[in-house]
Write a protein that binds this ligand. Structure first.
Ligand code: ZN
Length: 244
């Protein structure tokens, strides 16, 4: 499977080399999109993706992190690993922060993504509606995914209507995930992606991917291979830089 959202060089992990080695050896993870959170982690994520076939990267300034959005363009333009950048993000709005500065940064990030012809990875924490409003005025021309989608059928319908994607991870395996399950059951298969969001939503990427995958399989009543093919196809449709 393709893990579409990870943070293996997050400052919340003790040692990046250990993480790279660990993920490198997880057979069921074919590709991993490693997502930067600020200027430093963007630089590292880009370097990691240049050294390994398994890792790709997304570059962004997380809504709750500091950093200049224009640094993404500079980083991309002069890097020999430019082709490993498959998305811009994560970006978005978190209800824990102030709205106006985050919205400004989000719009600026969309412009960068459009300039670089890349899709965006959206972080929406209790802000699905605000994000959808902003996206209406500032469309992401190369597509978008709501990562770790917070379940809401109205938002889901709107995302699908605009050819967007939702990505789901470990929260769907929780016993009380009723609303998430409803979304996974009802979303058109073509609009669904899978992620682990390690180390934030998963503490064990060597196992958790299987559990999430199985849960989707169960909800969609699909064979392993059939589901894997569908999710991989979706990831490659959105993140065009992913290779076979
Ligand atoms: Zn993330």
């Amino acid at each position: 499977m393709i893990d579409t959202h990870a943070h293996i060089n997050s400052r919340d992990l003790p040692n990046v080399e250990t993480e790279i080695f660990r993920i490198q050896n997880v057979d069921y993870l074919d590709k991993v999109i490693n997502v930067g959170l600020d200027e430093e982690t963007n630089k590292e994520a880009l370097a990691i993706s240049g050294n390994s076939e398994k890792f790709y990267c997304a570059l962004g300034i997380h809504p709750l992190h500091d950093g200049k959005v224009e640094s993404i363009v500079e980083l991309c333009q002069y890097s020999p690993n430019r082709s490993r950048v498959v998305a811009i993000g994560e970006t978005g709005i978190d209800s824990a922060g102030e709205f106006i500065p985050q919205a400004r940064k989000f719009i600026e990030t969309i412009e960068v993504a459009n300039f670089l012809k890349l899709p965006i990875i959206i972080h929406a924490n209790n802000t699905n509606e605000q994000i959808l409003d902003l996206l209406k005025k500032h469309p992401a021309h190369y597509g978008f995914v709501f990562h770790c989608f917070q379940p809401n059928m109205f938002a889901l319908e709107e995302i699908v209507r605009r050819d967007g994607y939702i990505s789901v991870g470990k929260p769907i395996t929780r016993p009380n995930a009723k609303r998430s399950l409803e979304c996974v059951r009802n979303v058109p298969l073509d609009n669904l992606l899978i992620e682990l969001d390690y180390p934030y939503m998963s503490d064990d990427p060597t196992q958790d991917g299987r559990a999430v995958f199985q849960k989707i399989q169960e909800l969609r009543e699909m064979e392993y291979k059939e589901l894997e093919r569908a999710l991989d196809t979706n990831a490659k449709r959105l993140f065009k830089g992913l290779r076979d």
